[in-house]
Structure formats: structure tokens, C-alpha cells
Design a protein. Structure first.
Lengths: 299, 421
């Protein structure tokens, strides 16, 4: 039970939008898809949904190709709000759920449950264009979840939501995962991906530059951060071999180091100049990895 | 089929429920009733605003001959005209000033020249008015004739024979031609139905294009086509809006029927019979329905194809312009044929699929065509609709995924390419 992309390549004329992408998402897990704008995320999603065909490689869901026959099992949240602005929330949600194979009565029940859960029941009779962006996004999320999909494709699900609503949505998505759904989502927010995803990919210009479990990605990045707080002057630490960069703060400094050995060297050197108040080895954040892997090539 | 019905219903219901649809339909129905009862309404207005006293005029007459005014009065009375005249003693100049100042509407000066020919001069503010001077001219013409006849000492009967009308009838040898009487009867009906077809096709096909572009711009299209194939979506949309069009036409037709049935009898055999409404021709109505449907599907598939190419509703009018021009051209060609439906170019145009809905309808409504002609034209249209549907579906598949500043017909190629991928 999983989503499998094997050596998928998509070209538009001379332009390669997705280049040799391989990934697998197990049932009951969440996969984070990171990439700068125009990296090929949406194209990948469209291929998973069957809207575009890959030039090379294949995409399977539970061993089968994805087609309109499997559409009731799939939930899709497009990046930009995909709703009829002039249609009432209620009519719209039932219409979209019916298209995903639900009966009208079931759709109504599911809709009430979800609107309730998202605390937006009072918008049921409003037109979508009358709602705020955040509430539109919530409606959009309900539209993609209502029919209880087994495979959820979420393109930027958290954009435009305030922190309270982000938590509400995270909870809903986590519940789906715990119930056994397979979830792929893209985001610019690294913290969301770190928090939610077992596995992730960073793609840049159609190429997968980093992939694997969160821990593997961080380990294989090779670099770690060492934070030392001290009242003494630590300027001489910058010269130690293996320190790649230093960020000074009021209380001390954050050193990016190449290996754990360098961290030990730093500690020894720091203690020589007097007592320290804090010493810690921190894993690199996804943000750093992303900027390092994607940002540098752009520069 | 299930998804088809869901989208069909959605396309139909959301439009049918909009205020704009309900309001325009009501206004059109009201207009039909208003038009059918126009005469009654005018009469009512007349009687309310003071009746005849207001409309009949007292005309000042300046008679230099001394005999004409009296004869004119008799003549006008005998022809039951409601023109009131009054002999004026004032000078021409004073009267002219009065006209200028708006105190009187007009005045007439009458004189006889050396040869006893009437010299009449009608003065009014502007030359716009034509009914009254025409009547006066007619009346004076008969007076003149009488006077000359008296001069030549001819009797009344002798004068009558001078003016006996000749027998002149139009006869046509063409097999397809209808008699002049039939033609003018058919003309009104064909004209009205042609207009309906023209408007309906233009309105509903551009509605399709706008709908498709709106779905694209709101990105709801992405969700739709991830649940339903674009081709199914396109045809469900075309059928949904088409049914909406049929409903509106049916409501209008019903309103027209009721309006004609309930209106005063004068109307039915007066003005309306001239336009062929009293002799409703069932055949023409059936053809109107057939050509409306064919025209609609032909242009709606084209419109859906074009609408899928743009990603903003603002660009819709621009991209469907060539299509709109085709419809307008078809209408123009058909309109020129109302006077003479036997023209050769009409025959050719009626087999060109994009003109056929209007031009063939015109010919079939106005002429007695051999059955194969409309059938062939219908067949040509069906084939074209089929081809357009097939081609349109291919463009549509890719078109709906295309975003960006695409607003030219060149994008069709790009869309097909994308649809294949």
C-alpha cells in the first residue's frame, strides 16, 4: 500500500520540469516535498493525479496506475484556492464530494462533520467570495478531505492560515495519517515539514537534491551547529580547523562545524579561556539545509 | 455517466438560480406581453390622457383663392379625417411667427395659379412631420382632379375610369418559390425566429467560454479535472448550458403563445397577420428548434475550446472574437436574404456549417426546398460538430492546464501538445 514514483521525468519541449524523480511513500506516513518556486512540485503533483503523463518512468498507487477510476480514493488541495467564488459553500462542497464518488446524503453528513470540526458551520450558506482568505483555505481543505481519501496530495496546505488554524489543520491531517492514509504535501515552511513528515525530498529545478528520512537527511548533511555561551572572549575559536561559519550573538556564538570532532575541539578551546555558561550541539535545521542546497545554486 | 450528470446539473442549476438569469428572462417575457398588447396600451394611454381632443389638430388655413378652403373642409370630412381646420384672417408673416414661437403647430396657405392649379404651402417648425402633409396633399390632389374634371365637363364615372387600377400579379416559375403572399407571411416568423437563434447562439456560446475561463482562473478546474476527465467535463458543461438556453427559449415561446392568444382580436388579424403570426407554421417552428440546437452545439464546442485557452475571464471576449464574427456574418448573410431568399450565394452559404444554422433556416422557412437540401445541411453540421467536439476535446485537455498570458489562437497547438503529454 504505497505511492511509488520511479525515475519519473517530465519534459515540456526542451525544458525539463522534473528530472529522474524517485520516491516512495508508505501507507500511514507523510511525505514532505520541498522546493523553491518553479522547482517542479506542481508538475509532480499533476503527474501523480494523472493530469499529465510522465515522459519516462512510472507512477503507481498500490501497484496500479492512477486513473479516474481511482479518483474517489484521492484528495487534492491545489496550491491556489480552487473553488467557485459565486457558489455557496454548502452546494460547492456537496458538488465536489459527489464528483469524488460520494452519495449526496453521505456528502451532506461528511460536510457537516467537517465544517463543525473546522468551526466554520456558520459559513455554509455564504458564497465563497464573501469569506476571508483563511476561511476559504479551510473550505478548500474540507473539500479535499470530505470523501475520506486514502491518498492526500496537499499543495501548500498551510498558506494563508493563522497559527490557531494551522494547529487545527495539522491535527486533522495527523488524524488522517494515523487512520492509515498516505499523504504527500509541499510547503515553504520548513518547520511544518520537520514536525510532520517522516520522509522528505528537496527538489531544485526538477532534480532531487536531498531525499530520505528526516534523520538521514540531517545526518548526511554532515554539518552540525555548536552553540557556546560565555562571558569570555571567544574570538580565537573561529580559527579552529573545521569551523565553516560563525554567527555571533550577545551571549556567545553559534558555530557551524564539519564533524563532531570539531565540536570537541571547540569545547576544549573554549574551556581554556575560562568557564562557559552553555555548550550544546544542535542538529542543522531543515531551513539551513534547504538554503545550503537550493540557495547556493541560485546564487 | 454519473459524473456527467453531476456536472450537467451543476452547470444548469447554478446558472438558472442566478438573479441575472431570472431577471433577464422575466424582462424578456414582459417585453413579449408588452409588444403583443401594444395597441391596447396605446389606446388606454390615449383615453387616459384626454382622448381625441388632444390628438386632433386645429389647423390654420390662409386661403387666397377663396374657394379651396371650403372644398378642402368637405373633402377632409368625407374621408373621416380628424383634422380640424379654421380659416385664419391673419397675414402669412404673423402665422409664421406664431409657428416659430410654438403657439400653433403649422399652417397651410392655399392659392390657385393662372392655369387653375392648386398651389399649397404647408409651414411647420420642422420637416419631420409627414403624416399630416401627406393627408393634405392627397386631399388637395383629389380636389384638383375634381376641379379639372369639372373644367373638362367630365362626369364622375368618367373620372373613375381614368383611375381604374390595372391588374398586376407576380408569378414565379421556380419550383422552390412561394407566392408573394406566402413569402410575406413567412417573412415575419422567419425573421423573429432567426433573431432568436442568433441571440441564443451568441449569448449561450459566449457563456460557455466565460464559464470555462472562470473555472480556470479560480483554479477549481484543477479539482474538477482530477476527478472527472476534461472531455466529460466539457460536454457536460455544453449540454448543461444548452438545456438552460432551451428552457429560456421555451419560456419565451410559451409567453409569446399565451400573449397572442389572450390579446385583443384586432391584433391577431390586423398587424400580426401581415407578419405571418396568425398562420403559425409548425414546420418552420420545428426547423427553428433543430437549427437552434445544431447552431448552439456547433458554436458551444468551439467556445469551450477557445475558453480553455485563456486563464482569465477578461481575455474571453478577445479570444472568441473570430467565432462571434462568424455568427454575425451568418446573420448578415441571412438578413440580406429576407428580401430575396432565392439568391445564389445564400444557397452556397447554407451548406457552410458555420453559416448554415441561420442561412439554411432562412431558406427552409421562406422557400419550398426539396427535402434533401436541409437534410444535407444538417448532416454537414452534425459532422462538423462531431469533428469540433473531437478536436475541441484534445485542445481542452491541455488548455485547461495552461496558465499564463495565453490569449492567441496559436496556443491551440501548445494545448494539444500538452494534452497529449
Amino acid at each position: 500500500m504505497s505511492l511509488l514514483l520511479e525515475n519519473v521525468t517530465k519534459r515540456f519541449g526542451d525544458y525539463t520540469a522534473v528530472d529522474d524523480l524517485t520516491l516512495s511513500v508508505e501507507k500511514g506516513t507523510m511525505y514532505g516535498f520541498l522546493g523553491a518556486n518553479g522547482a517542479g512540485k506542481t508538475t509532480t503533483f499533476r503527474m501523480i493525479l494523472g493530469l499529465l503523463n510522465a515522459n519516462e518512468g512510472k507512477i503507481t498507487w498500490n501497484g496500479k496506475a492512477i486513473s479516474y477510476a481511482t479518483s474517489p480514493e484521492i484528495g487534492y488541495l491545489p496550491e491556489e484556492r480552487g473553488l467557485y467564488p459565486k457558489m455557496k459553500v454548502e452546494e460547492q462542497l456537496i458538488f465536489l464530494a459527489q464528483l469524488r464518488g460520494m452519495k449526496k446524503s453521505d456528502a451532506r453528513m461528511a460536510m457537516n462533520k467537517w465544517l463543525n470540526r473546522m468551526e466554520i458551520t456558520h459559513y455554509a450558506n455564504k458564497k465563497v467570495e464573501e469569506l476571508s482568505k483563511g476561511n476559504q483555505q479551510k473550505i478548500q481543505v474540507v473539500a479535499s478531505l470530505m470523501h475520506n481519501p486514502q491518498l492526500l496530495i496537499l499543495d501548500e496546505p498551510f498558506s494563508g492560515l493563522d497559527p490557531v488554524n494551522v494547529e487545527m489543520l495539522k491535527e486533522a491531517i495527523l488524524q488522517f495519517r494515523n487512520d492509515g492514509a498516505t499523504i504527500v504535501f509541499s510547503s515553504h515552511r520548513m518547520d511544518h515539514v520537520e514536525e510532520l513528515c517522516e520522509q522528505l525530498s528537496i527538489i531544485d529545478k526538477g532534480k532531487q537534491v536531498v531525499s530520505g528520512t528526516l534523520r538521514d537527511v540531517k545526518r548526511s548533511f554532515g554539518k552540525q551547529n555548536v552553540r557556546i555561551n560565555s562571558d569570555n572572549d571567544l574570538a580565537h575559536l573561529e580559527a579552529i580547523a573545521g569551523v565553516t561559519s560563525v554567527q555571533k550573538s550577545i551571549e556567545g556564538a553559534l558555530y557551524q562545524v564539519e564533524s563532531e570532532q570539531v565540536a570537541n575541539d571547540l569545547l576544549t578551546a573554549a574551556l581554556k579561556s575560562g568557564p562557559i555558561r552553555h555548550f550544546g550541539i544542535e542538529e542543522p535545521s531543515l531551513q539551513e539545509i534547504f538554503i545550503e542546497k537550493v540557495g547556493k545554486q541560485h546564487a | 455517466m454519473r459524473e456527467f450528470m453531476i456536472i450537467f446539473k451543476q452547470a444548469f442549476m447554478t446558472k438558472a438560480k442566478t438573479k441575472s438569469f431570472i431577471i433577464t428572462t422575466s424582462i424578456m417575457i414582459a417585453a413579449v406581453f408588452l409588444f403583443a398588447n401594444m395597441e391596447k396600451i396605446i389606446d388606454t394611454v390615449k383615453s387616459v390622457t384626454g382622448g381625441d381632443g388632444d390628438t386632433s389638430e386645429v389647423m390654420q388655413v390662409l386661403d387666397e383663392s377663396g374657394v379651396l378652403a371650403e372644398r378642402l373642409k368637405v373633402q377632409l370630412e368625407s374621408s373621416e379625417s380628424d383634422i380640424q381646420m379654421e380659416l385664419s384672417g391673419k397675414s402669412e408673416k404673423t402665422l409664421t411667427d406664431q409657428v416659430k414661437e410654438g403657439e400653433i403647430d403649422s399652417f397651410l396657405t392655399l392659392a390657385l395659379d393662372d392655369t387653375n392649379t392648386i398651389q399649397a404651402n404647408y409651414t411647420s417648425m420642422s420637416a419631420m412631420e409627414s403624416a399630416l402633409p401627406m393627408m393634405l396633399q392627397d386631399a388637395l390632389q383629389s380636389i384638383q382632379t375634381e376641379m379639372k374634371a369639372e373644367e373638362l365637363s367630365l362626369t364622375g364615372e368618367q373620372v373613375q375610369t381614368l383611375f381604374a387600377p390595372i391588374q398586376f400579379e407576380l408569378q414565379s416559375v421556380s419550383a422552390s418559390a412561394k407566392t408573394e403572399e406566402e413569402l410575406s407571411q413567412a417573412r415575419g416568423l422567419v425573421y423573429v425566429l432567426m433573431f432568436l437563434i442568433y441571440f441564443a447562439v451568441i449569448i449561450y456560446s459566449s457563456m460557455i467560454a466565460t464559464e470555462v475561463a472562470a473555472e480556470k482562473s479560480s483554479r477549481v478546474m484543477e479539482i474538477l479535472i482530477s476527478s472527472v476527465s476534461p472531455v466529460k467535463h466539457m460536454f457536460a458543461k455544453v449540454f448543461g448550458i444548452g438545456s438552460l438556453g432551451l428552457l429560456q427559449m421555451a419560456l419565451l415561446g410559451l409567453a409569446g403563445y399565451i400573449a397572442l392568444k389572450t390579446t385583443t382580436s384586432e391584433m391577431a388579424d390586423g398587424f400580426f397577420s401581415v407578419f405571418g403570426f396568425s398562420t403559425m407554421n409548425m414546420g418552420t417552428l420545428v426547423y427553428a428548434l433543430v437549427f437552434f440546437l445544431l447552431g448552439y452545439f456547433l458554436f458551444a464546442t468551439l467556445a469551450a475550446l477557445l475558453g480553455s485557452l485563456v486563464s482569465r475571464t477578461e481575455d474571453v471576449q478577445q479570444i472568441i472574437m473570430p467565432m462571434t464574427l462568424l455568427i454575425v456574418a451568418g446573420f448578415m448573410i441571412a438578413a440580406t436574404g429576407l428580401g430575396n431568399p432565392e439568391m445564389a450565394y445564400l444557397k452556397y452559404a447554407s451548406f457552410f456549417p458555420f453559416f448554415a444554422p441561420l442561412v439554411m433556416f432562412l431558406r427552409v422557412g421562406m422557400l419550398d426546398l426539396p427535402v434533401w437540401e436541409p437534410l444535407l445541411s444538417i448532416a454537414i453540421m452534425l459532422v462538423t460538430i462531431f469533428l469540433l467536439g473531437w478536436f475541441g476535446a484534445r485542445v481542452y485537455r491541455g488548455g485547461v492546464l495552461m496558465y499564463g498570458p495565453s490569449r492567441s489562437l496559436k496556443d491551440i497547438k501548445k494545448a494539444i501538445q500538452l494534452g497529449k503529454e
